[in-house]
Write a protein that binds this ligand. Structure first.
Ligand code: DGL
Length: 239
């Protein structure tokens, strides 16, 4: 089965990794919109425009199911996209909410992008919600281990207050798992893990991974090679 996965940049690779790990016998086609990132501070019209073009591209490349590996697009446009396209579309939010409810998790907070928090999609499920606009630029520019990044983590954790669980409500944030864990004992919820647990995809082909990014750089190539440890083809593709 050919699975299309997309995000604004390398964040969705955390979801792709989970899928490859749990369903290794599939073809995966990934699109990271590095030319337009970050998505978390864009307007709804811009997000709609990006998502439409990417999904059309993934379908034209033979994707049979689409995974929106982006909290921002999932929380703002999932229902609309599902109605618009004639192909199964999975988001990262629905499985995460399902996981929280099924496991009766209590005292849950969330870190997410400004647009995800603004969407209110997690209201009622989480207590405290914090937007973390500094995280994605730090992650994409390879500054995960910088003091700047630790300072941002500490400050967002202080804002969030005491929570037993923290949803990493943006798919980039699992890349900060080690840094965040240094400063909190809260359990961190990775949305990619929730998606992979509930998704219904066949696992009966041969692993093949093709990655497309709308803007490639040496830094991006290095970041990708640190995240994905199976072999892959990587291309630049401007939509
Ligand atoms: N990784 C995406 C998300 O889950 C997009 C983050 C961004 O580009 O701001 O929200």
């Amino acid at each position: 089965m050919k699975v299309g996965v997309f995000d604004s940049g390398i964040g969705g690779l955390t979801v792709l990794n989970r899928l490859i790990n749990d369903y290794p016998n599939n073809e995966y086609i990934y699109f990271g919109d590095t030319f337009n990132l970050p998505y978390g501070t864009k307007s709804l019209d811009d997000l709609r425009n990006y998502a439409d073009k990417i999904i059309e591209f993934l379908i034209s490349e033979g994707a049979e199911i689409i995974v929106i590996a982006c909290g921002t697009i999932s929380s703002n446009l999932y229902e609309e996209l599902r109605e618009k396209f004639d192909i199964p579309i999975i988001d990262v939010l629905t499985p995460t909410v399902r996981y929280i409810k099924e496991n009766n998790l209590d005292n849950v907070g969330i870190f997410a992008t400004p647009m995800t928090i603004k969407s209110g999609a997690f209201d009622g499920v989480v207590g405290s919600s914090i937007s973390c606009p500094l995280f994605v630029p730090l992650i994409e520019s390879g500054k995960i281990n910088s003091k700047e990044c630790s300072d941002a983590v500490i400050s967002y954790l202080n804002e969030l207050g005491d929570c037993e669980y923290i949803i990493l409500g943006c798919t980039h944030y699992p890349l900060l798992m080690d840094v965040i864990s240094k400063y909190t004992n809260s359990k961190l919820i990775d949305m990619g893990q929730c998606v992979s647990k509930y998704i219904n995809i066949k696992n009966n082909g041969k692993l093949n991974v093709v990655l497309h990014f709308s803007l490639l750089s040496d830094e991006l190539l290095e970041n990708v090679s640190n995240i994905i440890d199976v072999s892959y083809e990587i291309n630049e593709k401007r939509l």
